[in-house]
Design a protein around this ligand. Structure first.
Ligand code: FCB
Length: 467
């Protein structure tokens, strides 16, 4: 009998770090790249903290060799990055831009030379502006454009890239982009957010079919930002109902069509006053449910929710416009004494275990990867320049353990990616939030591995935690 060390991950567990093109690349007007919705949005006054944009970001477009060398220093097994659609297919239609593609070819070569597995995300939010002008994700044609783009990128990189994620977090694209409007393109129209949801999923399914047809052995998946959701008072029927609704809008509205081939009936009913789902055509759900090789899960925190207060006027706690159409009167509750990150997100590592085990139970049979997990904290470098980010070290340690707990409970977890390799442009928060395991001094572009990065390197090398 071999005893299994409870602090060790299964053999072959994939350890990586993740980034996204607009958050790190900079070089927004070089080598034929055209604007994305994030260029337009971040250059619109009032949209981002401090008016920050991704124009320069981490200059990764020019510093990728140094960044890959840092990954190698950390011993990473994989690097998950996204391809900027307007860099490789300017305007979102027509032929590929060879110069833009060359950047990703060089990056992939550099990774492979250092034994790091490249993992490509095809869409991490930088929709070509021309496609938004033509209707964006609420327009059905955008799904077809995405599938075409996906097949072209795969055609260029598929000989060396085996792991592909179609979309990153379609919830954010649809509901932050088209309902609350805090993300690009900044529209605020709930019915459009639902149409966007459907067309994102349709584009995902069509992209999977197109890539699979050319490359049956590719590892294909989608990344969802799943939340643990719980009622403020499990004994209160109204709180339980609030949790059902938010779980539906955050998690099941994506999980069910992708992994079961149907939108959840209760969610459709919650949304009946907003949309009749008339955008769903015959055969769409078969496309959306095209079998996958893996599911990517991004996990950051838990939503604790409560019923509307009976006596308060509904408007008093409505966030208008809300990213939760059909659930706008639900109250999001902060639990006293639970620590929060610099994003004001509660630290809840058991929620990661809960999420992984829940997906394994309710949607069995699909290998799982944590494709993002991490935390923003205010980092204050020491006099010697070292960044001793003890809170982030503790956050990550608790979540590594949460992964081990999920594996012990039978979840088929195959890998974990820290968010993020580098401090970067955190969307509407600009550079005010730092998520990196490597710090970036934006004035000099100097990179410094933080204590959390060194600790991560130990975990990766050991494939586990020290006792
Ligand atoms: C996720 C995004 C990623 C980053 C982290 C903090 O929602 O995928 O780009 O912003 O949150």
């Amino acid at each position: 009998m071999t005893s299994i060390d409870p602090l060790t991950f299964p053999p072959g567990f994939l350890w990586g770090a993740a980034t996204a093109s607009y958050q790190i690349e900079g070089a927004v007007a070089e080598d034929g790249r055209t604007p994305s919705i994030w260029d337009t949005f971040s250059h619109t006054p009032g949209r981002t903290v401090g008016g920050d944009t991704g124009d320069v970001a981490c200059e990764h477009y020019h510093r990728y060799r140094e960044d890959v060398a840092l990954m190698s220093d950390l011993g990473l097994g994989s690097y998950r990055f996204s391809v900027a659609w307007p860099r490789v297919q300017p305007g979102g239609r027509g032929p590929m831009n060879g110069k833009g593609l060359d950047f990703y070819r060089r990056l992939v070569d550099e990774l492979l030379e250092r034994g790091i597995t490249p993992w490509v995300t095809l869409y991490h939010w930088d929709l070509p502006q021309e496609l938004e002008d033509a209707g964006g994700w609420p327009a059905r044609d955008t799904a077809a454009r995405f599938a075409e783009y996906a097949a072209l990128v795969h055609g260029a990189l598929g000989d060396r890239v085996r792991h592909w994620t179609t979309l990153n977090e379609p919830w954010c694209s649809a509901f932050l982009g088209y309902a609350s409007g805090v993300h690009a393109p900044g529209r605020q129209h709930a019915p459009d957010a639902l149409a966007a949801t459907h067309h994102l999923l349709l584009g995902h399914g069509e992209a999977v079919r197109a890539i699979r047809a050319n490359d049956p052995g590719a590892q294909l998946g989608v990344t969802l930002n799943l939340y643990a959701v719980s009622p403020a008072d499990p004994g209160n029927a109204g709180d339980l109902e609030a949790a059902r609704r938010i779980d539906g809008l955050a998690n099941r509205i994506f999980l069910d069509p992708v992994l079961r081939g149907a939108y959840p009936e209760d969610v459709r009913q919650d949304l009946a006053g907003i949309s009749d789902f008339g955008f769903v055509r015959d055969g769409d759900l078969d496309v959306i449910a095209t079998p996958l090789d893996l599911l990517g899960i991004n996990y950051y925190s838990r939503h604790v929710v409560a019923a509307p207060e009976p006596d308060a006027p509904a408007e008093s706690y409505r966030r208008v416009p809300t990213p939760w159409p059909g659930g706008e009167d639900v109250r999001f509750v902060k639990r006293p004494g639970v620590p929060v990150t610099d994003m004001d997100w509660e630290v809840d590592a058991p929620g990661l275990t809960e999420t992984l085990v829940r997906v394994a139970r309710d949607y069995p049979g699909i290998p799982l990867y944590v494709t993002e997990n991490g935390a923003a904290y205010v980092d204050i470098p020491g006099a010697d320049g070292a960044i001793d980010d003890a809170e982030r070290v503790a956050y990550f340690d608790a979540h590594y353990r949460a992964c081990l707990d999920a594996i012990a409970q039978g979840a088929p977890l195959r890998g974990y990616f820290a968010w993020s390799l580098l401090d970067n442009f955190e969307w509407a928060f600009g550079y005010s939030k730092r998520f990196g395991i490597i710090g970036v001094d934006y004035a000099t572009q100097r990179r410094t591995i933080k204590a959390s990065g060194h600790r991560y390197g130990d975990v990766v090398r050991r494939n586990g935690l020290a006792g």
